[in-house]
Design a protein around this ligand. Structure first.
Ligand code: NAP
Length: 363
């Protein structure tokens, strides 16, 4: 199968390297072209200078690894419209445009695969879609962002303030210079939105999922959690409501020290679903990084080349987020700590813009 890569950065170059170095892969996969902003020596005569050369080429599959919404969305759409399969690791494009892009893929009789769009190298979305295809997925829960896990783990294991843990994460390359999307929970929210339609069959506007980040968390909160036999993690959770809507939110939570989420160190991630016949299954590992992420992309390509119908069709309808449930929260306002029972919306209305923090006490 002939492949054109769009983008040759962390993941794009990783995909090229993995395919080029393994005869089991390069006997069926060939990177015949590379379209990227900057020429690099590794591209040699495969470098394409215009996007028209991509859609006009004889490749079977276009792999979008540019990132961001634009022009990545336009490129994926044009690739599908020109009758080529598309593989992407781009959660922004999938969370915003999946209904439109999947309809085009169906009409064109090609595939749109995105295993690396949530979970990096963890085999999450594919297993989730298989669970949904033959059973009923009831809920999702996960530590879906490596940057925030690193920061909270550092504060838990070594002590210290949020600001110094963030600085350390930036120094080691676990956090970007602008960490907003990670620490405010937006990255987790996007991965949750993608997981939501794959697992629960409901496509929602990602911005309708309430998201609270970790910036307000202090050593005092970490130490309170420790005394309760818990650690603090940033969790994304979702479940189906009886009226067809979904409950979904991202917020810091106390999780039991003896549970699987507490065992995640550094930038590790965990994604879990609970399904009717299967019970709860959890997938942990590297949620980002060149080779883990490239491997999930390569697996999509390998599946495409070997079977033609790799990722089971994702059946979804568009729906709304409604958080009916009330939960117990740890609340710290100024120097006062108390436990409150409320809904997410009530907590947001009561504490938005105020100093302090609220953290869910997960059952
Ligand atoms: N990195 C990870 O660990 C990870 C994990 C999970 C998912 N992903 C997803 O994978 C995708 C790629 O991420 P990455 O980390 O590989 O990004 P990256 O290192 O920034 O690479 C992006 C590549 O795209 C090129 N590019 C940027 N704008 C372009 C344009 N307008 N036209 C053509 N080429 C353009 C860049 O060129 P220059 O060389 O000129 O910059 C670079 O080669 C993203 O959607 C990301 O969310 C990444």
């Amino acid at each position: 199968m002939k492949i054109v890569l769009l983008g040759y950065g962390t993941v794009g170059a990783g995909v090229d390297e993995l395919i080029g170095s393994d005869p089991r892969l390069n006997s069926s996969l060939e990177v015949s072209g590379i379209f990227s902003r900057t020429y690099k020596n590794e591209m040699r005569d495969r470098f394409l200078t215009s996007f028209d050369d991509v859609t006009g080429s004889d490749c079977d599959t276009v792999v979008e690894l540019i990132g961001g919404l634009h022009p990545a969305y336009e490129y994926v759409k044009a690739a599908l419209l020109s009758g080529k399969n598309a593989v992407t690791a781009n959660k922004a494009v999938i969370a915003a445009y999946y209904p439109e892009l999947s309809a085009i893929a169906r009409e064109q009789g090609v595939s749109l695969l995105f295993s690396a769009a949530a979970g990096g190298g963890i085999p999450w979305l594919k297993n989730l879609s298989r669970a949904a295809e033959t059973g009923k997925v009831l809920s999702l829960k996960g530590v879906m962002n490596g940057t925030t896990n690193y920061i909270l783990d550092e504060m838990t294991e070594r002590g210290g303030e949020y600001a110094s843990a963030l600085k350390e994460a930036q120094k080691l390359g676990y956090a970007e210079a602008d960490p907003t999307s990670d620490v405010k929970g937006f990255d987790t929210r996007r991965k949750l939105a993608v997981s939501l339609f794959v697992g629960l069959g409901t496509f929602v506007d990602e911005t309708s999922i309430p998201a609270f980040g970790i910036e307000g968390i202090t050593p005092e909160d970490i130490s309170y959690a420790g005394k309760e036999g818990a650690v603090i993690k940033l969790l994304g959770t979702a479940s189906a409501n009886e009226d067809g809507s979904v409950s979904a939110f991202v917020l810091p939570a106390f999780v039991s020290r003896s549970g699987i989420f507490a065992s995640l160190h550094g930038s590790e991630n965990a994604f879990s679903y609970t399904a009717d016949a299967l019970g709860t299954q959890c997938f942990t590992g590297a949620g980002a990084g060149r080779y883990p992420t490239a491997m999930n992309v390569v697996r999509d390509l390998y599946d495409l080349a070997s079977s033609g119908t790799p990722f089971p069709p994702v059946v979804f309808r568009e729906g709304l987020v409604k958080n009916y449930g009330r939960m117990r929260f740890y609340v710290r306002e100024a120097n006062e700590i108390r436990i409150e029972t409320a809904s997410i919306d009530e907590m947001r209305d009561a504490y938005e813009g105020k100093q302090g923090v609220f953290i869910a006490l997960m059952p």
